[in-house]
Ligand binder design. Structure first.
Ligand code: GLP
Length: 258
């Protein structure tokens, strides 16, 4: 595991964009797994700027999103389809044919999950999976106590996730209660994972990931300890918790502090 500690959100976004830029440049046929959420907005904004200055060949790239709310139309401002169009697909000129998200309006959600898994497999799996983390340790929308062995599935969102995501909606009761999410097994099959975290509300989840030896369904993010190729880009607020652990205790990881 490689841990890159940066000063703040802006530095996390810049560093993340640089990493993604070089990965795409090195493999124009890359299949990216993408996340949404406030954390990634800065990363995608900076990546778009890099692409504007030094254009990448994106014609052979494919993207798969981690998740989508159930019951929200793709045109709705609150859908992850809308978010992705705004922050990634339009600025990067990625066509609809290259970009996959679960269909939250599918009549048969179970079938939709199977279809999504098949599509990922058909593309040879995810090369790089971008992840954020919920303050309760969720990855994608895999909430605490989700089996590590699940694949793309329907999830019930926890109250804490609904509250956390309410900031993107007009009112908390507008936040959907269900979503489709890649499963933890699906995520773990990515060849490489890059996790981004910023802010004190992520410190507890990052602490569970870095400073505890436990791998537990109570903190889904802890499964990343078993993945062979993970990079974490984390800002000081998310990394320096009140847990008084010294960097020395993390000697098993490669840590870069910039
Ligand atoms: C959301 C998304 C995740 C995201 C995480 C953190 O609910 N489903 O993909 O990574 O929670 O969100 P944020 O970056 O807004 O804190």
């Amino acid at each position: 595991m490689e841990i890159i500690v940066v000063k703040d959100y802006e530095e996390m976004a810049k560093k993340g964009a640089e990493i993604l830029y070089h990965e795409i440049k090195g493999n124009p046929k890359i299949t990216l797994g993408l996340a949404t959420g406030g954390t990634q907005i800065g990363v995608y904004n900076h990546l778009s700027k890099l692409h504007e200055d030094r254009p990448l060949d994106l014609t052979a790239l494919s993207t798969f999103n981690l998740d989508e709310y159930i019951g929200i139309a793709p045109e709705s401002e609150n859908s992850y389809h809308f978010y992705m169009n705004k922050y990634f697909f339009q600025p990067m000129s990625i066509s609809q044919e290259q970009a996959y998200l679960p269909n939250g309006l599918a009549e048969d959600i179970e079938e939709e999950c199977k279809r999504y898994e098949k599509l990922i497999a058909h593309h040879g799996g995810i090369d790089i999976q971008v992840l954020g983390v919920g303050s309760n340790g969720h990855i994608g929308f895999n909430e605490p106590r989700t089996s590590f062995h699940c694949r793309t599935h329907e999830v019930n969102l926890t109250d804490s996730t609904i509250k956390a995501n309410a900031r993107f909606f007009d009112a908390e009761d507008e936040v959907p209660k269900k979503a489709i999410s890649m499963g933890i097994e699906t995520i773990m099959e990515a060849k490489k994972i890059i996790l981004f975290a910023s802010g004190r509300n992520k410190a507890k989840a990052i602490n569970q990931l870095l400073r505890s030896d436990e791998i537990t369904v109570e903190w889904p993010v802890t499964i990343l300890k078993t993945h062979p190729n993970v990079t974490i880009v984390v800002d000081e607020a998310a990394y320096n918790s009140d847990f008084n652990e010294q960097i020395l205790n993390l000697g098993k990881y490669n840590i870069f502090i910039s």
